[in-house]
Write a protein that binds this ligand. Structure first.
Ligand code: HEC
Ligand code: HEC
Ligand code: HEC
Length: 464
């Protein structure tokens, strides 16, 4: 065991014990705390950290010829699929575990697929007995109820990994109104031809339906434009997660040379300042005046209005049984069975984690054979921000709300139909070959995810 992994495990253990003692001393020990400690113990005993950590501890027989091959392979595959450290740290600190991690572990425990059967053949740990599985699943349920309350869903669906879109989120109306103007304002671009809405049309489901977007002077970007609808619910923005908030995101396009091409926000402020009426209205809401900070803040408030509640699926979760057909409900069951609801969890059904594109098959190799085009900068995904090799080809998962309207699909915009996107997800992310019937069933379900904007069903003018 390398020093660094020893230190990580030690730190987790110390934090766990420390946090538990601290909470025990400072508050009456709540039941949840004992449950946390119990689950950490199960994970420790189950060897989760031995395969799902950067630098794992190896048992003495790891050097035996057969064991070496099997174990090395499991550890490589295990860490590729799941990093257990953030989850164990969160539990130890009494903090929220990421919804996607919860969903993934829940799914593996329910399926009885983890820890791997062959792991026990070499007597390396103890199995998750039925009792331990039940404790684990009950803990996940309680953790969800505590950190991701789901008051909109009826009791039957309160513990689903997917939650309905709320009717509204809190925002400042006056700021959002200014943001609305700025969002549609071509003065944010160098040559006055491009606004946010050029690539994220409000009447075209927040996208441009192009493989790559067209910026000023007809220049093409290198990745597909995700929708602005429900972007608020994403844990970070952009495929590589380089913006932490909507406001931070909004500072990007105006200065991006192929998108809006301005040299600085001073240039934008100067242009907008010539418009006396606008400046007056703006200063009433932002006494500090026009600046990068206030412009992007206003746009962010506007984007908080771009959410789409009341899809047929959400109405079903809220108890309206006939909002979905039997066939569509069957599609939802398949969506859960094939683990789609793990990475595509939460309110936006995605947007909460970075995931490897090609978890179970080499997506980029196959794409190259098909298109004869090599890898692009955009394919690097999260790696572009961290330089960490594990992050290469990992993308901030897209949300699936309104997905029937937001074609083409994937970060490279290479997939034209929803059917194909679903079939390929099963192959590359889940390692399953879907039948035609299953593809149609899941796609049918995904079409129920189209929500309402301003009380009307979201549509896409490009499809009319
Ligand atoms: C012997 C090594 C090993 C141990 C021990 C182990 N895993 Fe895994 N785990 C793997 C491998 C390999 C994969 C990827 C292949 C697969 O899912 O079949 C994986 C995948 C996973 C996934 C991702 C599944 C998905 O669908 O993306 C989760 C979550 C997971 N393991 C959780 C756990 C938990 C929790 C424990 C402890 C109770 C555990 N694992 C113990 C090797 C291990
Ligand atoms: C030339 C087309 C273009 C323009 C103009 C443009 N965008 Fe984008 N937008 C994109 C592309 C392409 C991406 C994905 C880039 C990436 O992930 O690296 C994106 C990403 C985003 C995201 C992140 C969504 C997610 O799921 O990660 C948001 C939010 C967004 N844009 C809002 C805006 C706002 C606000 C403006 C105006 C200030 C704007 N965009 C201007 C093309 C454009
Ligand atoms: C291991 C995590 C993971 C699992 C499991 C998973 N997905 Fe995805 N999904 C992703 C990622 C990452 C992307 C983005 C891929 C890219 O851009 O190259 C994506 C993209 C998609 C898209 C395209 C959305 C868009 O706007 O481009 C659809 C549709 C989709 N997934 C559906 C599914 C379905 C259906 C399943 C189950 C069969 C599934 N996913 C399972 C991670 C996952």
């Amino acid at each position: 065991m390398k020093k660094s992994s020893k230190i990580i495990l030690l730190v987790i253990a110390v934090i766990a014990v420390g946090a538990i003692v601290y909470r025990a001393v400072n508050t009456a020990p709540p039941a949840s705390m004992q449950a946390d400690a119990r689950v950490l113990k199960i994970m420790e005993k189950g060897g989760c950290a031995e395969c799902h950590i950067a630098d794992p501890k190896l048992p003495f027989y790891a050097n035996w010829p057969i064991a070496r091959t099997v174990i090395t392979e499991d550890i490589v595959e295990g860490y590729k699929a799941f990093d257990v450290v953030p989850m164990m740290e969160a539990i130890a600190n009494g903090e929220a575990v990421n919804e996607v991690d919860l969903a993934k572990v829940e799914k593996t425990v329910m399926d009885g697929t983890m820890p791997l059967a062959k792991y026990y053949l070499v007597h390396w740990g103890s199995s998750l007995t039925k009792k331990k599985s039940d404790i684990f699943l009950e803990w996940i349920k309680e953790h969800r109820a505590q950190f991701y309350p789901n008051p909109l869903a009826v009791a039957e669906f309160a513990n689903e990994s997917v939650r309905p879109v709320p009717d509204a989120v809190e925002y400042d109306k006056a700021k959002a109104d200014l943001g609305n103007v700025l969002y549609h304002d071509t003065r944010l671009s160098a040559d006055g031809t491009v606004s946010c809405a050029t690539c994220h049309g409000i009447n075209t489901a927040g996208v441009d339906n192009l493989k790559y977007s067209e910026g000023i002077g007809g220049q093409l970007g290198g990745v597909n434009a995700p929708t602005v609808y429900n972007a608020y619910f994403n844990f970070v923005q952009f495929w590589d997660g380089r913006a932490a908030t909507l406001a931070e995101q909004a500072a990007g396009p105006p200065l991006n040379p192929v998108e809006m091409g301005c040299s600085s926000f001073d240039e934008i402020v100067a242009r907008l300042s010539e418009d006396r009426a606008f400046v007056e209205a703006f200063n009433l809401v932002y006494p500090e005046g026009l600046s990068q900070a206030t412009i992007t803040d206003a746009i962010a408030h506007y984007e908080m209005t771009l959410i789409t509640p009341n899809s047929r699926f959400d109405r079903y979760l809220k108890g309206e049984k006939d909002a979905m057909t039997a066939e569509e409900i069957a599609g939802y069951e398949l969506f859960k069975e094939y683990s789609c609801a793990t990475c595509h969890a939460g309110v936006n059904m995605g947007g909460l984690s970075f995931e490897l594109m090609g978890q179970r098959a080499d997506y980029f190799k196959d794409r190259e054979l098909q298109e004869k085009s090599g890898l692009t900068d955009g394919d690097n995904g999260r790696w572009a921000q961290t330089g960490v090799e594990r992050d290469r080809y990992r993308f901030r998962t897209p949300g699936l709300r309104n997905v029937e309207l937001t074609y083409p699909y994937y970060h490279d915009g290479s997939v034209k139909t929803l059917e194909e996107a679903v079939r390929m997800m099963a192959k590359y992310q889940v390692g399953e070959e879907l039948t035609e019937q299953e593809v149609n069933s899941i796609t049918g379900f995904l079409r129920t995810l189209t929500g309402e904007y301003n009380g009307e069903l979201l549509t896409n003018d490009n499809m009319k």
